[in-house]
Design a protein around this ligand. Structure first.
Ligand code: SF4
Ligand code: SF4
Length: 410
Protein backbone atom coordinates (compact mmCIF):
# COMPACT_ATOMS: atom_id res chain seq x y z
CA UNK A 1 0.00 0.00 0.00
CA UNK A 2 1.42 3.41 -0.93
CA UNK A 3 1.79 6.28 1.49
CA UNK A 4 -1.11 8.19 -0.08
CA UNK A 5 -3.45 5.19 0.26
CA UNK A 6 -2.37 4.72 3.87
CA UNK A 7 -3.08 8.38 4.66
CA UNK A 8 -6.46 8.16 2.93
CA UNK A 9 -7.36 5.00 4.84
CA UNK A 10 -6.49 6.71 8.11
CA UNK A 11 -8.50 9.87 7.32
CA UNK A 12 -11.69 8.18 6.05
CA UNK A 13 -11.47 5.47 8.73
CA UNK A 14 -12.25 8.02 11.47
CA UNK A 15 -15.62 9.06 9.97
CA UNK A 16 -18.74 8.11 11.97
CA UNK A 17 -21.05 9.42 9.22
CA UNK A 18 -22.84 11.95 11.44
CA UNK A 19 -23.16 14.53 8.64
CA UNK A 20 -22.21 17.60 10.72
CA UNK A 21 -19.69 18.58 8.04
CA UNK A 22 -22.50 18.98 5.49
CA UNK A 23 -23.89 21.93 7.45
CA UNK A 24 -20.81 24.06 6.66
CA UNK A 25 -19.59 22.75 3.30
CA UNK A 26 -20.12 25.57 0.74
CA UNK A 27 -20.19 23.30 -2.32
CA UNK A 28 -23.18 21.27 -1.07
CA UNK A 29 -25.90 23.97 -1.33
CA UNK A 30 -24.17 25.52 -4.37
CA UNK A 31 -24.45 22.18 -6.22
CA UNK A 32 -28.19 21.94 -5.51
CA UNK A 33 -27.56 19.48 -2.65
CA UNK A 34 -25.74 16.93 -4.78
CA UNK A 35 -24.51 14.81 -1.84
CA UNK A 36 -21.33 13.83 -3.72
CA UNK A 37 -20.34 17.50 -3.84
CA UNK A 38 -20.58 17.83 -0.06
CA UNK A 39 -18.08 16.98 2.68
CA UNK A 40 -19.62 13.67 3.86
CA UNK A 41 -20.09 12.51 0.26
CA UNK A 42 -16.39 13.11 -0.39
CA UNK A 43 -15.43 10.99 2.61
CA UNK A 44 -17.76 8.18 1.46
CA UNK A 45 -16.27 8.35 -2.03
CA UNK A 46 -12.77 8.42 -0.51
CA UNK A 47 -13.62 4.99 0.96
CA UNK A 48 -14.90 3.88 -2.45
CA UNK A 49 -11.69 5.05 -4.11
CA UNK A 50 -9.69 3.11 -1.55
CA UNK A 51 -11.76 -0.02 -2.23
CA UNK A 52 -11.31 0.26 -5.99
CA UNK A 53 -7.55 0.69 -5.56
CA UNK A 54 -7.32 -2.27 -3.17
CA UNK A 55 -9.62 -4.59 -5.16
CA UNK A 56 -8.72 -3.67 -8.74
CA UNK A 57 -5.42 -1.81 -8.37
CA UNK A 58 -6.90 1.19 -10.23
CA UNK A 59 -9.24 4.04 -9.33
CA UNK A 60 -12.94 4.24 -10.08
CA UNK A 61 -12.91 7.19 -12.49
CA UNK A 62 -16.52 8.20 -11.90
CA UNK A 63 -15.58 9.77 -8.60
CA UNK A 64 -13.25 12.53 -9.70
CA UNK A 65 -15.65 15.54 -9.93
CA UNK A 66 -16.50 15.13 -6.27
CA UNK A 67 -12.85 15.56 -5.28
CA UNK A 68 -11.97 18.24 -7.84
CA UNK A 69 -14.90 20.43 -6.74
CA UNK A 70 -13.67 20.59 -3.12
CA UNK A 71 -12.41 24.09 -2.24
CA UNK A 72 -9.79 22.95 0.29
CA UNK A 73 -11.29 25.46 2.69
CA UNK A 74 -11.24 23.03 5.69
CA UNK A 75 -14.52 24.37 7.13
CA UNK A 76 -15.61 20.71 7.53
CA UNK A 77 -12.71 19.92 9.87
CA UNK A 78 -13.80 22.63 12.32
CA UNK A 79 -17.15 20.93 13.05
CA UNK A 80 -16.23 17.26 12.72
CA UNK A 81 -16.42 15.44 16.08
CA UNK A 82 -14.06 12.74 14.79
CA UNK A 83 -11.42 15.14 13.44
CA UNK A 84 -11.87 14.18 9.78
CA UNK A 85 -10.79 16.70 7.16
CA UNK A 86 -12.80 16.11 3.97
CA UNK A 87 -10.53 18.66 2.29
CA UNK A 88 -7.55 16.42 2.98
CA UNK A 89 -9.57 13.39 1.77
CA UNK A 90 -10.20 15.29 -1.48
CA UNK A 91 -6.56 16.31 -1.87
CA UNK A 92 -5.31 12.77 -1.24
CA UNK A 93 -7.91 11.40 -3.66
CA UNK A 94 -6.97 13.89 -6.38
CA UNK A 95 -3.33 12.94 -5.82
CA UNK A 96 -4.16 9.23 -6.19
CA UNK A 97 -6.15 9.92 -9.38
CA UNK A 98 -3.39 12.12 -10.83
CA UNK A 99 -0.74 9.57 -9.86
CA UNK A 100 -2.65 6.74 -11.61
CA UNK A 101 -1.94 8.45 -14.99
CA UNK A 102 -4.72 6.41 -16.62
CA UNK A 103 -6.80 7.69 -19.51
CA UNK A 104 -9.54 9.75 -17.86
CA UNK A 105 -8.04 9.78 -14.35
CA UNK A 106 -6.87 13.38 -14.75
CA UNK A 107 -9.31 16.26 -15.18
CA UNK A 108 -8.58 17.96 -18.57
CA UNK A 109 -8.58 21.49 -17.10
CA UNK A 110 -6.27 20.36 -14.29
CA UNK A 111 -3.89 18.78 -16.83
CA UNK A 112 -3.97 21.90 -18.99
CA UNK A 113 -3.02 24.16 -16.07
CA UNK A 114 -0.28 21.80 -14.88
CA UNK A 115 1.23 21.34 -18.37
CA UNK A 116 1.40 25.11 -19.00
CA UNK A 117 2.87 25.78 -15.57
CA UNK A 118 5.52 23.10 -15.95
CA UNK A 119 6.55 24.48 -19.34
CA UNK A 120 6.37 28.23 -18.70
CA UNK A 121 6.57 28.55 -14.88
CA UNK A 122 3.16 30.24 -15.03
CA UNK A 123 -0.35 28.72 -15.58
CA UNK A 124 -1.09 31.04 -18.53
CA UNK A 125 2.35 30.89 -20.10
CA UNK A 126 2.87 34.64 -19.59
CA UNK A 127 5.80 36.47 -18.09
CA UNK A 128 6.19 39.62 -20.12
CA UNK A 129 4.39 42.42 -18.30
CA UNK A 130 3.86 40.55 -15.01
CA UNK A 131 6.18 43.05 -13.34
CA UNK A 132 4.61 46.09 -15.05
CA UNK A 133 2.68 47.01 -11.88
CA UNK A 134 6.05 48.06 -10.43
CA UNK A 135 6.88 50.46 -13.23
CA UNK A 136 8.73 53.49 -11.82
CA UNK A 137 9.29 51.90 -8.38
CA UNK A 138 12.82 51.38 -7.10
CA UNK A 139 13.94 48.08 -5.55
CA UNK A 140 17.26 46.86 -4.20
CA UNK A 141 19.31 44.85 -6.70
CA UNK A 142 20.15 42.36 -4.00
CA UNK A 143 18.66 42.18 -0.52
CA UNK A 144 18.05 39.60 2.17
CA UNK A 145 14.33 40.32 1.65
CA UNK A 146 12.57 39.34 -1.58
CA UNK A 147 9.09 40.63 -2.36
CA UNK A 148 7.41 37.57 -3.92
CA UNK A 149 4.01 38.21 -5.54
CA UNK A 150 3.95 34.66 -6.99
CA UNK A 151 2.04 36.25 -9.95
CA UNK A 152 -1.17 35.81 -7.97
CA UNK A 153 -2.60 39.35 -8.18
CA UNK A 154 -1.51 39.58 -11.81
CA UNK A 155 -3.25 36.32 -12.84
CA UNK A 156 -6.61 37.38 -11.41
CA UNK A 157 -7.04 39.90 -14.24
CA UNK A 158 -7.44 36.97 -16.67
CA UNK A 159 -9.94 34.69 -14.94
CA UNK A 160 -13.17 36.53 -15.84
CA UNK A 161 -12.52 36.62 -19.60
CA UNK A 162 -11.22 33.04 -19.64
CA UNK A 163 -14.46 31.83 -18.10
CA UNK A 164 -16.52 33.93 -20.50
CA UNK A 165 -14.65 32.24 -23.42
CA UNK A 166 -15.26 28.86 -21.86
CA UNK A 167 -19.00 29.33 -21.43
CA UNK A 168 -19.20 30.56 -25.03
CA UNK A 169 -17.55 27.30 -26.15
CA UNK A 170 -19.84 25.09 -24.06
CA UNK A 171 -18.69 22.36 -21.68
CA UNK A 172 -17.91 19.62 -24.21
CA UNK A 173 -15.89 21.95 -26.44
CA UNK A 174 -14.21 23.50 -23.39
CA UNK A 175 -13.12 20.08 -22.14
CA UNK A 176 -11.86 19.15 -25.62
CA UNK A 177 -9.82 22.37 -25.86
CA UNK A 178 -8.43 21.83 -22.35
CA UNK A 179 -7.39 18.27 -23.27
CA UNK A 180 -5.68 19.64 -26.42
CA UNK A 181 -3.91 22.36 -24.44
CA UNK A 182 -2.56 19.83 -21.97
CA UNK A 183 -0.75 18.20 -24.94
CA UNK A 184 0.22 21.53 -26.52
CA UNK A 185 0.70 24.04 -23.65
CA UNK A 186 1.34 26.91 -26.07
CA UNK A 187 -2.43 26.91 -26.80
CA UNK A 188 -2.95 28.28 -23.30
CA UNK A 189 -1.04 31.38 -24.32
CA UNK A 190 -3.99 32.50 -26.45
CA UNK A 191 -5.72 33.47 -23.21
CA UNK A 192 -2.84 35.78 -22.36
CA UNK A 193 -4.42 38.45 -24.56
CA UNK A 194 -7.70 38.19 -22.64
CA UNK A 195 -7.65 40.29 -19.52
CA UNK A 196 -9.87 42.85 -17.83
CA UNK A 197 -8.06 46.20 -18.08
CA UNK A 198 -9.96 47.97 -15.28
CA UNK A 199 -9.55 45.08 -12.89
CA UNK A 200 -5.86 44.80 -13.80
CA UNK A 201 -5.41 48.47 -12.83
CA UNK A 202 -7.02 47.75 -9.44
CA UNK A 203 -4.82 44.67 -8.88
CA UNK A 204 -1.69 46.57 -9.93
CA UNK A 205 -2.57 49.35 -7.49
CA UNK A 206 -2.91 46.79 -4.66
CA UNK A 207 0.63 45.57 -5.35
CA UNK A 208 1.91 49.16 -5.45
CA UNK A 209 0.20 49.79 -2.11
CA UNK A 210 1.94 46.74 -0.62
CA UNK A 211 5.33 47.91 -1.91
CA UNK A 212 4.72 51.40 -0.47
CA UNK A 213 3.60 49.98 2.90
CA UNK A 214 6.84 48.00 3.10
CA UNK A 215 8.95 50.98 2.05
CA UNK A 216 7.25 53.19 4.65
CA UNK A 217 7.97 50.49 7.25
CA UNK A 218 11.66 50.83 6.36
CA UNK A 219 11.95 47.38 4.75
CA UNK A 220 14.63 47.05 2.11
CA UNK A 221 13.70 44.44 -0.54
CA UNK A 222 14.34 43.19 -4.04
CA UNK A 223 11.80 42.03 -6.65
CA UNK A 224 12.29 39.67 -9.63
CA UNK A 225 9.96 41.53 -12.03
CA UNK A 226 8.92 39.62 -15.18
CA UNK A 227 11.29 36.77 -14.24
CA UNK A 228 9.34 35.93 -11.10
CA UNK A 229 8.02 32.33 -11.18
CA UNK A 230 4.54 31.23 -10.14
CA UNK A 231 4.82 29.14 -6.90
CA UNK A 232 2.98 26.07 -8.25
CA UNK A 233 -0.14 26.34 -6.08
CA UNK A 234 -2.43 24.74 -8.70
CA UNK A 235 0.00 21.87 -9.27
CA UNK A 236 -0.01 21.04 -5.58
CA UNK A 237 -3.72 21.63 -5.01
CA UNK A 238 -4.69 19.50 -8.00
CA UNK A 239 -2.66 16.61 -6.61
CA UNK A 240 0.07 16.42 -9.28
CA UNK A 241 2.63 15.69 -6.58
CA UNK A 242 5.36 14.17 -8.74
CA UNK A 243 5.29 17.31 -10.90
CA UNK A 244 5.11 19.54 -7.81
CA UNK A 245 8.29 18.01 -6.39
CA UNK A 246 10.19 18.88 -9.57
CA UNK A 247 8.56 22.30 -9.94
CA UNK A 248 8.98 23.48 -6.34
CA UNK A 249 12.69 22.57 -6.41
CA UNK A 250 13.11 24.73 -9.52
CA UNK A 251 11.29 27.69 -7.93
CA UNK A 252 13.39 27.31 -4.78
CA UNK A 253 16.62 27.48 -6.84
CA UNK A 254 15.36 30.66 -8.56
CA UNK A 255 14.46 32.30 -5.25
CA UNK A 256 17.81 31.33 -3.72
CA UNK A 257 19.66 32.80 -6.69
CA UNK A 258 18.42 36.26 -5.75
CA UNK A 259 20.47 36.04 -2.54
CA UNK A 260 17.38 36.48 -0.34
CA UNK A 261 16.96 34.72 2.98
CA UNK A 262 13.46 35.94 3.70
CA UNK A 263 10.51 35.71 1.29
CA UNK A 264 7.80 38.35 1.70
CA UNK A 265 4.56 36.89 0.35
CA UNK A 266 1.49 38.95 -0.49
CA UNK A 267 -1.30 36.36 -0.82
CA UNK A 268 -2.51 33.65 1.59
CA UNK A 269 -2.16 30.75 -0.89
CA UNK A 270 1.53 31.39 -1.58
CA UNK A 271 2.15 32.04 2.12
CA UNK A 272 0.55 28.70 3.06
CA UNK A 273 2.24 26.77 0.22
CA UNK A 274 5.74 28.07 0.95
CA UNK A 275 5.41 27.58 4.69
CA UNK A 276 3.72 24.19 4.73
CA UNK A 277 4.21 22.32 1.43
CA UNK A 278 7.66 23.52 0.26
CA UNK A 279 9.56 22.28 3.34
CA UNK A 280 8.07 18.79 2.74
CA UNK A 281 8.91 18.65 -0.96
CA UNK A 282 12.10 20.71 -1.33
CA UNK A 283 15.17 19.16 0.19
CA UNK A 284 17.02 21.60 2.45
CA UNK A 285 14.37 24.35 2.17
CA UNK A 286 15.83 27.10 4.34
CA UNK A 287 13.98 30.30 3.43
CA UNK A 288 12.07 32.27 6.03
CA UNK A 289 8.54 32.93 4.77
CA UNK A 290 6.49 35.87 6.06
CA UNK A 291 3.36 37.72 4.99
CA UNK A 292 3.90 41.43 4.30
CA UNK A 293 1.66 42.44 7.22
CA UNK A 294 4.21 40.84 9.60
CA UNK A 295 6.62 43.65 8.74
CA UNK A 296 4.26 46.57 9.31
CA UNK A 297 4.27 48.53 12.56
CA UNK A 298 0.75 48.54 14.03
CA UNK A 299 1.52 51.58 16.19
CA UNK A 300 1.99 53.68 13.01
CA UNK A 301 -1.59 53.11 11.85
CA UNK A 302 -4.16 55.88 12.41
CA UNK A 303 -7.88 55.25 12.30
CA UNK A 304 -9.46 56.12 8.95
CA UNK A 305 -12.86 56.47 10.67
CA UNK A 306 -14.37 53.92 8.25
CA UNK A 307 -16.34 50.84 9.16
CA UNK A 308 -15.62 47.82 7.03
CA UNK A 309 -16.98 44.31 6.52
CA UNK A 310 -14.02 41.95 6.42
CA UNK A 311 -13.94 38.65 4.51
CA UNK A 312 -11.21 36.49 6.03
CA UNK A 313 -9.25 34.23 3.65
CA UNK A 314 -9.69 30.50 4.50
CA UNK A 315 -5.96 29.88 4.13
CA UNK A 316 -5.41 32.25 7.05
CA UNK A 317 -8.17 31.34 9.48
CA UNK A 318 -9.07 27.71 8.78
CA UNK A 319 -5.57 26.29 9.02
CA UNK A 320 -4.15 24.75 12.21
CA UNK A 321 -1.90 27.74 12.87
CA UNK A 322 -4.42 30.53 12.17
CA UNK A 323 -2.87 33.77 10.97
CA UNK A 324 -4.77 36.85 12.18
CA UNK A 325 -2.30 39.68 11.67
CA UNK A 326 -4.26 41.33 8.78
CA UNK A 327 -7.38 41.47 10.98
CA UNK A 328 -5.39 42.95 13.89
CA UNK A 329 -4.00 45.69 11.65
CA UNK A 330 -7.37 46.32 10.08
CA UNK A 331 -8.82 46.88 13.56
CA UNK A 332 -6.31 49.70 14.09
CA UNK A 333 -7.25 51.26 10.76
CA UNK A 334 -11.05 50.98 10.96
CA UNK A 335 -14.04 49.63 12.78
CA UNK A 336 -14.28 46.02 11.60
CA UNK A 337 -17.50 44.06 11.31
CA UNK A 338 -17.36 40.34 10.62
CA UNK A 339 -20.13 38.23 9.08
CA UNK A 340 -21.64 35.42 11.20
CA UNK A 341 -19.57 32.85 9.31
CA UNK A 342 -16.06 34.05 10.30
CA UNK A 343 -13.02 32.80 12.19
CA UNK A 344 -13.21 29.03 12.65
CA UNK A 345 -16.67 29.11 11.03
CA UNK A 346 -15.46 31.05 8.01
CA UNK A 347 -17.23 30.62 4.68
CA UNK A 348 -15.06 30.36 1.57
CA UNK A 349 -15.51 32.81 -1.35
CA UNK A 350 -15.61 29.91 -3.84
CA UNK A 351 -12.48 31.12 -5.64
CA UNK A 352 -10.59 27.79 -5.77
CA UNK A 353 -13.40 26.33 -7.96
CA UNK A 354 -13.20 29.16 -10.47
CA UNK A 355 -11.25 27.36 -13.19
CA UNK A 356 -12.71 23.86 -13.04
CA UNK A 357 -16.25 24.46 -11.70
CA UNK A 358 -17.05 28.11 -12.53
CA UNK A 359 -20.81 27.72 -11.95
CA UNK A 360 -20.31 26.35 -8.44
CA UNK A 361 -17.77 29.06 -7.75
CA UNK A 362 -20.15 31.81 -8.80
CA UNK A 363 -23.01 30.56 -6.62
CA UNK A 364 -20.73 30.35 -3.59
CA UNK A 365 -19.32 33.85 -4.16
CA UNK A 366 -22.84 35.30 -4.62
CA UNK A 367 -23.94 33.85 -1.27
CA UNK A 368 -20.84 35.10 0.48
CA UNK A 369 -21.11 38.56 -1.05
CA UNK A 370 -24.76 38.79 0.11
CA UNK A 371 -23.66 38.03 3.69
CA UNK A 372 -20.99 40.70 3.56
CA UNK A 373 -23.25 43.27 1.92
CA UNK A 374 -25.98 42.69 4.53
CA UNK A 375 -23.60 44.02 7.21
CA UNK A 376 -24.13 47.47 5.69
CA UNK A 377 -20.52 48.66 6.16
CA UNK A 378 -18.86 51.48 4.18
CA UNK A 379 -16.64 48.99 2.41
CA UNK A 380 -16.12 45.23 1.94
CA UNK A 381 -12.44 44.36 2.39
CA UNK A 382 -10.35 41.22 1.98
CA UNK A 383 -6.67 40.22 2.08
CA UNK A 384 -6.45 37.72 -0.79
CA UNK A 385 -6.40 38.35 -4.56
CA UNK A 386 -8.50 35.22 -5.24
CA UNK A 387 -11.21 36.33 -2.76
CA UNK A 388 -10.97 39.85 -4.19
CA UNK A 389 -11.47 38.59 -7.72
CA UNK A 390 -14.29 36.18 -6.95
CA UNK A 391 -16.29 38.47 -4.64
CA UNK A 392 -15.85 41.46 -6.98
CA UNK A 393 -18.05 39.75 -9.58
CA UNK A 394 -21.06 40.77 -7.55
CA UNK A 395 -20.08 44.26 -6.36
CA UNK A 396 -17.34 46.50 -5.01
CA UNK A 397 -14.70 44.84 -2.83
CA UNK A 398 -11.36 46.39 -1.79
CA UNK A 399 -7.97 44.95 -1.05
CA UNK A 400 -6.83 45.51 2.54
CA UNK A 401 -3.59 47.17 1.34
CA UNK A 402 -5.42 50.37 0.29
CA UNK A 403 -6.97 50.91 3.71
CA UNK A 404 -3.74 50.09 5.54
CA UNK A 405 -1.85 52.59 3.41
CA UNK A 406 -4.49 55.25 4.06
CA UNK A 407 -4.17 54.51 7.79
CA UNK A 408 -0.38 54.69 7.63
CA UNK A 409 -0.41 58.04 5.86
CA UNK A 410 -2.71 59.33 8.62
S1 SF4 B 1 -18.53 15.49 10.40
FE1 SF4 B 1 -16.76 14.10 10.37
S2 SF4 B 1 -17.53 12.15 11.20
FE2 SF4 B 1 -19.33 13.38 10.64
S3 SF4 B 1 -19.79 12.74 8.49
FE3 SF4 B 1 -18.46 14.54 8.36
S4 SF4 B 1 -16.41 13.66 8.19
FE4 SF4 B 1 -17.72 12.01 8.97
S1 SF4 C 1 -12.69 21.47 2.45
FE1 SF4 C 1 -14.45 22.90 2.20
S2 SF4 C 1 -15.33 22.37 0.18
FE2 SF4 C 1 -13.97 20.67 0.77
S3 SF4 C 1 -15.31 19.19 1.78
FE3 SF4 C 1 -14.46 20.50 3.42
S4 SF4 C 1 -15.99 22.15 3.68
FE4 SF4 C 1 -16.44 21.14 1.72
Amino acid sequence: MTDLLRQLEEEVGKCISCGFCESVCPTLPASGYDLWKGARGRVILGKELLNSMNMEGKPNLQLSDSFYSCLDCFACLQVCPAGVNAGVVSHLSRSILAGAKMKGSRNPYASMIVAATMKYMNPLGIHRGLGSWASGLKFSDRSENLLYTGNMYQLMAYTGKMNAMRSLMGDAMGRFMAAMASEIPSLVRISATQYDKDFKAKLDQSLRNIAELLARAGVNFSYMGDEEPYPGTFIYDLGYLEEFREYSAKVYRMLKKTGARRIITVDPHTYDLLRNAYPKYVKGFDLEVVFYTDLLDQSKLHSTGKNVAYHEPCHFVLRTDAYNRPLELLRSASEVKLPARSGKRNRCCGGPDELIFPDLSEKISNDRYAELEAIGADEIVTACPICLSNLSKKGKVSDISGLLLEAMKG
